[in-house]
Design a protein around this ligand. Structure first.
Ligand code: PHE
Length: 341
C-alpha cells in the first residue's frame, strides 16, 4: 500500500500540465471519483488496523497534492490565455462599403413617371428585342418606309417565320402590345431603352431612353392631348415655360405634331443649347391613326385616342449640364459618383 502511494506521488509530481488536454487527462486519471486516488482510499479497508491512521494520512496528503497541482495548472493556463492577442483586432479601421445611387437617367425617368402616374397613367413595359410586325407593320409603316432601312434599325435575324427580329427603334410596339391585350379605355406610359443605328457623337448614341404614352377612350380629342402635354411640361420644365405645337408626320398618328418648349436655360432669349432659336424640341405626338386601331382590333368609329413619345436622355443632359450623351451609358464610376443618393 505504502509503495503504491509513493509511486502515485512520484507520477503526480512529474506530470506535465501545459494544456487544457493535459489538465483534463490528469483529472480523469487521479482526482475523479473513479480515479486512482479514490481507488487507494477504497483499499484502506484491507490495511492492518495499526497502519490505518498513517496510511489514511498519506492518502489525504496525496489527494491534497493532486488537487493543488490541478488548481494551480488551471489558473496558470487561464492567465496565459487571457494575455494572448485576441483573434479579432478591434483597433483595425472598418471596411468601407460603397452605397450605390440612382443613375441620373433613372432619376429623370422617375420624375416623368410620377407626373404621369398622378394623371392616371399606368406603366407598361415590353421586350427590347422585337418583331418587325410590332415595331413597324401594326404601326402603319408602309413596307418601303425609310425607317426600316438598315441605317436606322439593328436587325438581328431576317426572314424568320414570324418576320424579322430587331432591336426596337421606339417604345411604340409596347403600346401595340397593350392595345392587342387590353380593351379600352387604355391609359399607359411605356418607358424604356430603344436602339438606332446612328452615327455616334456627343449628341447621339446607338441606344437611348424613351417614354411614350397612349390614351384611348370615348371622345378623346386633340384638346385632351394638348392639356396633358401642357400639364406635364409645366411640372417637368417649370410653370413659366411656353409651348408650341408644330405640324409633323408619323405613320401611326394623324394629325401629328412636334412639341417645343421655350428653352429653359436661356428663358427663350436664344443660347448655344437651343441654337439661338429660343425653343427646345421635347416630343412627338398625335391622334392614334385609325389603321393602327383597326390593326389591334379596336373600332375607330367607337373609340379615339392620342399618343406621344419623348426622348429622356436629352433632358438628363440639360438638367445636369452633362455635355456628352455617351457618359450616360459608360457606367464610369467617376461620373456616377457625382450623383449621390
Ligand atoms: N414613336 C415616335 C418616335 O420614336 C414618337 C411618337 C410617339 C410620336 C407617339 C408620336 C406619337 O419617334
Amino acid at each position: 500500500m505504502e509503495n503504491a502511494i509513493r509511486n502515485l506521488q512520484q507520477e503526480i509530481s512529474e506530470y506535465e500540465l501545459t494544456s487544457m488536454k493535459d489538465i483534463e487527462a490528469f483529472r480523469l486519471r487521479f482526482t475523479v471519483r473513479k480515479g486512482l486516488i479514490a481507488g487507494l482510499f477504497g483499499q484502506l479497508k484491507s490495511v492492518l488496523p495499526a497502519d490505518k491512521p498513517r496510511m489514511g494520512q498519506l492518502l489525504n496528503q496525496l489527494r491534497q497534492t493532486a488537487d493543488d497541482k490541478l488548481a494551480a495548472a488551471t489558473a496558470e493556463l487561464a492567465s496565459v490565455e487571457s494575455k494572448k492577442e485576441p483573434a479579432l483586432d478591434l483597433t483595425l479601421p472598418g471596411r468601407r462599403s460603397f452605397i450605390g445611387s440612382e443613375h441620373p437617367v433613372q432619376k429623370v425617368l422617375g420624375e416623368m413617371k410620377a407626373i404621369f402616374s398622378s394623371m392616371g397613367f399606368s406603366i407598361a413595359t415590353g421586350p427590347e428585342l422585337e418583331l418587325d410586325h410590332y415595331n413597324f407593320d401594326l404601326l402603319n409603316f408602309p413596307p418601303d418606309h425609310p425607317a426600316r432601312d438598315m441605317q436606322d434599325t439593328f436587325f438581328i435575324t431576317r426572314g424568320n417565320a414570324n418576320g424579322d427580329v430587331l432591336l426596337r427603334t421606339h417604345t411604340s410596339p409596347v403600346q401595340i402590345r397593350v392595345m392587342l391585350d387590353q380593351k379600352p379605355p387604355i391609359r399607359v406610359i411605356c418607358p424604356g431603352k430603344v436602339y438606332r443605328n446612328e452615327a455616334i457623337s456627343s449628341r447621339s448614341y446607338c441606344v437611348f431612353h424613351q417614354l411614350e404614352g397612349l390614351y384611348i377612350d370615348k371622345g378623346v380629342s386633340f384638346a385632351d392631348l394638348k392639356a396633358t402635354i401642357y400639364s406635364f411640361a409645366h411640372q417637368m420644365f417649370g410653370s413659366d415655360v411656353k409651348l408650341r405645337f408644330r405640324p409633323s408626320f408619323f405613320p401611326f398618328t394623324e394629325p401629328s405634331a412636334e412639341v417645343d418648349v421655350t428653352c429653359y436655360l436661356c428663358g427663350g432669349k436664344g443660347c448655344r443649347v437651343c441654337k439661338k432659336s429660343g425653343w427646345l424640341e421635347i416630343m412627338g405626338c398625335g391622334m392614334v391613326h385609325p389603321n393602327v386601331m383597326r390593326n389591334c382590333g379596336i373600332d375607330p368609329e367607337k373609340w379615339s385616342g392620342y399618343a406621344f413619345g419623348m426622348g429622356v436622355d436629352r433632358t438628363v443632359l440639360l438638367r445636369y449640364k452633362i455635355d456628352d450623351i455617351r457618359l450616360l451609358f459608360e457606367n464610369d464610376v467617376r461620373m456616377l459618383q457625382q450623383f449621390p443618393a
